[in-house]
Design a protein around this ligand. Sequence first.
Ligand SMILES: *Cc1c(COP(=O)(O)O)cnc(C)c1O
Length: 392
Amino acid sequence: MKKEFGVYGGQEVPPVVIQALNELEMAFNEAKNDPAFEQTFRYYLKQYVGRENPLYFAKNLSERLGGANIYLKREDLNHTGAHKINNTIGQIILAKRMGKKKIIAETGAGQHGVATATAAALFGMECEIFQGATDMERQKLNVHRMKLLGAKVTPVYQNTATLSDAVDVAINHWVENIEDTFYLLGSAVGPHPFPTIVRYFQRVIGEETKAQILAQTSRLPDIIMACVGGGSNAIGIFQSFLEDDHVKLVGVEAAGKGLDTKEHAATLTLGKPGVIHGMHTKVVMDDNGKISPVYSISAGLDYPGIGPEHAHLQDTGRVQYVSATDTEAMDALKMLSRTEGIIPAIESAHAIAEVIKQAPLLPKDQNIVVNLSGRGDKDVESIMAYDELLKT
Ligand SMILES: *Cc1c(COP(=O)(O)O)cnc(C)c1O
């Protein structure tokens, strides 16, 4: 079977799903070539999401670290507080075009569920979100947000009742309702064409960044950093720079409680080639090849797979993948909050943690861009719980 990204990608799904994926791919290719589609997408990005968002020179943080200049791509300023809305708006417009009436999606912590429910409300589509029962209990506020936006939230009880299980149930539901239902996937993962579609809608991040850094510094940045869960915000900012060989690209995974423990989500650092959720990619697995449970303090990075393009970009050496622990991320979150008055999402703080490691070692004429994928308002309770734990 054809793979889109070196030996990664493909469609490891039953034949009935392949049929739905083919229909999706055809509709997507057609939409891409229709200027009216792009125009509608850009209209909502500007008027509804609030793009373009700034590329902000973090002067205080740069001075504090005493090395390279640090620029923040402010995805945290988007409507709903993260980059996810770029993708949900794009896919909803595609779903409408395909004549679908109903949107379904999986969600872990609830961020993708909220972004999907938001877009569905905007476009008057029926919306059902599948979420693990364990996650629903942990993320009550997001469950209420989704309901407030008019979505139905369906609990998933099987296995560990978390994100992976929600994906399985959502796919099954899709197969049974393929006629009128659109499956809106939340990251650059899953069977082809999903990783390609999500990358397409997130490319706006890199396009804006390139124009903004050229306007502000008259040259391309030396390094770009982004956190990596499934990999959508990272591929969104990286793709405009993949051909610019002298721009160093760095993805930051969650090392959780440490790479020497079992409690991490460092798929590219410690995973092996395997199959998960319909794609060939790298997967965190045990010695018997069974998918291992993963852990991170950040719910958005807590995924045992990774977008197939990232697995490929690691193998080719174009992107370097590193990791940050819970502690490093939380220290970074606090440093950014206090120096710049910006509370980042815990996910994004993983990328800031890598900046804190690298910036002081670099000369003052070097420029680092960090994709600030989301804001930390959603994480205040987790941050409080973490601080309580530190006291004991
Ligand atoms: C969901 C999320 C992520 C992780 O998802 P990617 O697909 O890897 O981008 C990162 N940051 C924030 C703020 C998120 O909500």
